[in-house]
Design a protein around this ligand. Structure first.
Ligand SMILES: Nc1ncnc2c1ncn2[C@@H]1O[C@H](COP(=O)(O)OP(=O)(O)OP(=O)(O)O)[C@@H](O)[C@H]1O
Ligand SMILES: [Mg+2]
Length: 227
């Protein structure tokens, strides 16, 4: 039997505020295989980012489990989860979260430096930046790049440790349509050529269509849909 790359079982997450309680997921179940590409759409506030964080080991659900290749990630120790986040997951956010005091190449190399050493990490960063069309920007700082270029750097950084799972939260949400298209072109090219799997949160149908499977998060339930 094939073990899924990622599986969530009966996931629940609730937020309590002074007067109300928000129940985000209703025993949410989901699974994906190695090399799957999956989109998640849903209204603002439906819990897409929260779900992505739960999948990536960043936000412990109130009930239920997240399994990565059969391991229940919140039942493993925090060291295991640290390795999971660093080695097996690559996060791409809507705002790029690059470090302004580092060069582009150093930003991309950073997640790989602990395990591979600075020299190897910088070499891998150079290769990725070349693949993503930014080889002439290695020594620039993030603030010297356009939004689309910064997001391509963030993609290279997410991929530098060759993670099996890429989690992207509205990666083109801050970009105009043409720039967003270019960024997605690079992202999907890299994902296909390197065999990553992808969970992509988006508000845009044309972006969702780039993935092989499409889901809608509504009223706490994740349902596969045709787009
Ligand atoms: N720390 C928190 N405390 C209280 N409520 C929270 C907290 N984090 C998120 N929420 C609530 O949970 C709900 C889901 O938030 P989430 O960010 O996952 O939505 P989303 O689907 O990603 O929305 P968007 O499309 O706007 O990014 C929202 O109603 C939000 O207000
Ligand atoms: Mg969100």
């Amino acid at each position: 039997m094939n073990i899924p790359l990622l599986r969530t079982s009966l996931l629940e997450r609730r937020y309590k505020t002074a007067h109300t309680q928000i129940d985000l997921f209703k025993q949410l179940c989901f699974e994906m295989s190695e090399k799957d590409t999956v989109s998640i759409m849903g209204a603002s506030g439906s819990g897409k980012s929260t779900l992505l964080h739960a999948m990536g080991g960043l936000d412990c659900p109130d009930a239920g489990e997240v399994f990565f290749r059969g391991d229940s990630i919140y039942k493993m120790g925090h060291r295991w989860r640290g390795t999971y986040r660093n080695q097996h997951v690559g996060f791409i956010f809507q705002s790029y979260h690059l470090l302004s005091e580092l060069t582009i190449q150093e930003n991309v190399a950073l997640p790989a430096q602990i395990h591979k050493g600075r020299k190897n990490a910088m070499h891998m960063a150079e290769e990725l930046l070349d693949a993503i069309g930014l080889s002439d920007r290695l020594t620039h700082r993030p603030q010297e790049l356009s939004g689309g270029e910064q997001q391509r750097v963030a993609i290279a950084r997410a991929l530098v440790n060759n993670p099996s799972l890429i989690l992207a939260d509205e990666p083109t949400g801050n970009l105009d349509a043409a720039t967003g298209e270019k960024v997605l072109h690079y992202l999907f090219q890299l994902i296909e050529s390197r065999g990553h799997s992808l969970v992509l949160v988006t508000h845009t149908q044309q972006v969702a269509e780039l993935c092989a499977k499409n889901y809608m998060l509504k009223a706490g339930i994740l349902k596969e849909v045709d787009v």
